[in-house]
Design a protein around this ligand. Sequence first.
Ligand code: PMV
Length: 325
Amino acid sequence: MEVGSLKIAYAPGKVILFGEHAVVYSQPAIAVPVTQVKARAAVETGLEGQGITIVAEDLEQSYTLEQAPPDDALRAIVVSTLEHIGVGTRQDLTITVSSTIPIARGLGSGAAISTAVVRALGQHFDRAQYKHFEHLVHPLSPQTIADLVYETEKIHHGTPSGIDNTVIAFEKPVYFVRDRKIEIFSVKNPFLLAIADTGIASPTKIAVSHVHRAWEREREKYDEIFDEIGTIAEMGRQAIERGEIEAVGRLMNENHRLLQLMGVSSPELEGLVEAAREGGALGAKLSGAGRGGNIIALITQETRSRVELMLRLAGAKDIIVTEVS
Ligand code: PMV
């Protein structure tokens, strides 16, 4: 999208349907994009000599590339993208980011902002506009974007599996196994998910390291849990491909039980999961790192309003309904 010299790009949020945490230990997982929330990045040619200015609107922060601390994720994605495109960082640009994706709630806010930045920079330095760079500029495929964003995910997450950056860059339901080529699969019968927020921020890095320490203490128990979750993700994919929605719901419940055993649920998450089931959801589970963040509930048009009501009564701070298709 172009407004004068302004290039604007977006990226959606995401939820994990099956397989969070186990995916870090090389089990399969399934994630889907959530287009009701999005990150936005705008790239504009700046004044001559200004260098690169990053404006994080939501945080009311503005800083130059030089001022940014070395572990600043925005700085990292800007530098790696410009290097990838082949134009270097001696540019005069203003890059403005904002997002409607709640932070640290398992919706992939960090990966979405980085993806929007890569896309906007890719548009800014497209072949048509920068003919003299033509020999350098590579098209930014979804996989290239996912790879660039993965590097910044390490800043946010420590040891990310790569699922967030992948589902967000591809914007399709993905079946993901760490270090393997992703598989995009089809959804036979589209279905609805209610995503309900506990209102509690839960940094992924902390939940992942908590699980890692527990795994180190009790390897056998945790490896078994991860294996079972991997099987559920596999079965979940088949159920979605066959349009067996009730089976998807049952598998979500089963996955949630294993996440409880893993120690990543919380009283607030339990309250929302139970409320969704009482409201008639076909299944419900925490989604993402856990200990806070969101739950997801499988609903239908018929159960939608009752599930939403029950979730609100149980204290949900926000509810997004999205269609998986
Ligand atoms: O970003 P979140 O909260 O959806 O968590 C990512 C999912 C984990 O499996 C917990 C971590 C990872 O890197 O896959």
